[in-house]
Design a protein around this ligand. Structure first.
Ligand code: WQD
Length: 340
């Protein structure tokens, strides 16, 4: 009998890639998603890739009645991977209450609904944004957290605190928070990938949409940072590697009764790349010049961050395998499948 995992936000970018890996690892998956930032067709795409169609229910996790009913019908769930959240940094600045309500209430509803289950295991989607600009690099999990650069980032910090307190109050609750660095790329099938609604927020979709002629040119936000080429540095991690980290975390929760029921791990490659590095990789891969211009820094951006990955390597037996060129080539292959 396959072990059943709930994936909230499972039709989203990282969620869908994680559902594919869960199914291919032999788990049974059921998705809850309100489709506010994803499309229901992704469920069929997952089936096309894996040959197995995951369960899918459409509702918002802030509706505790619907959520309680769901868990009563699926009381054999052995783990929850919680992706569902609003994640547009810019929008969170203009609509903070929308972000606090959705991201915090949905998590609290999930935690309270776990009482319907015999096993209470949660993998939480967190972010390296909780570190702000680290004092030392690579940044390790015991680095001090900094004031969030946005309400979005603050919801991640507050959610981690909620989870820590919930675990302190309930020894039967086991949680792993995964602090993602910068997820990029797409599944090799190009059947699933990042589907930003409207103008993208993140660098890679900006690069591929510019490469596809959807956008006229890329704006590079600042080249006056204290880095080798002056542009900001991030730890880009292939979304498939990131998805596999969730499988490693679920297995860790199911197999190892750790004395510490709240753990958090950095999920990155440990390598830092600049904006210009990504542009050069794209140009190398496609053989086409990418039109870009240097503009001023973007408010809230940090200069440089990349992950210390020793803890995830050792405790979760996980490390990133895919290199920058594969991140760029898979993102470009995915972009070319999208209608303009
Ligand atoms: C990367 C670099 C930009 C666009 C955010 C969130 C983080 C996570 C990932 C959700 C920066 C530069 C970007 C552009 C550019 N989100 N850039 N021109 O800001 O590091 O992280 O997304 O999980 O939580 O904070 O990612 O892709 O927006 O930017 O020059 O058109 O690319 O300045 O240096 P970021 P990003």
């Amino acid at each position: 009998m396959s072990k059943k995992i709930l994936v909230t936000g499972g039709t989203g970018y990282i969620g869908s890639h994680t559902v594919v890996e869960l199914i291919q690892e032999g788990f049974e998956v059921v998705i809850i998603d309100d489709l506010s930032n994803s499309q229901v067709e992704v469920v069929d795409r997952i089936a096309d890739i894996t040959g197995v169609k995951p369960g899918f229910e459409q509702f918002n996790l802030c509706d505790e009645g619907l959520l309680s009913d769901f868990f009563q019908r699926h009381n054999d769930i052995v783990g929850v991977i919680h992706f569902a959240a609003f994640k547009a940094v810019g929008e969170s600045v203009t609509k903070p209450l929308k972000y606090y309500r959705n991201n915090l209430v949905s998590l609290m509803n999930v935690l309270e609904s776990l009482d319907h289950l015999s096993l209470k295991n949660v993998v939480f989607s967190s972010s390296c944004t909780v570190y702000g600009q680290p004092d030392n690099l690579p940044v390790t999990e015991n680095a001090p957290l900094k004031p969030a650069e946005s309400p979005y980032g603050n919801t991640k910090k507050v959610c981690e605190e909620i989870l820590l307190d919930a675990c302190s109050a309930d020894i039967d609750l086991n949680v792993i928070s995964l602090r993602y660095f910068n997820p990029v790329g797409a599944h090799e099938s190009a059947l699933i990938g990042e589907l930003p609604k409207g103008k993208p927020n993140n660098l890679m979709p900006f690069i591929t949409q510019t490469g596809a002629g959807i956008l006229p040119e890329l704006s590079v936000f600042g080249d006056d940072y204290d880095t080798e080429d002056g542009t900001a540095i991030r730890d880009y991690v292939h979304v498939v590697d990131l998805a596999k980290a969730h499988i490693a975390a679920v297995k860790h929760l199911l197999n190892i009764s750790s004395d510490n029921n709240y753990q958090h791990y950095n999920i990155g490659t440990g390598n830092g790349y600049s904006v210009l590095d990504l542009i050069k990789s794209f140009e190398r891969h496609t053989g086409q010049k990418l039109p870009y211009k240097i503009v001023g820094r973007r408010a809230g951006d940090i200069e440089k961050i990349y992950a210390g990955t020793a803890l995830a390597n050792e405790r979760l037996n996980w490390s990133a395998k895919l290199e920058l060129d594969e991140m760029v080539s898979s993102a470009w292959k995915w972009q070319k499948t999208l209608k303009n």
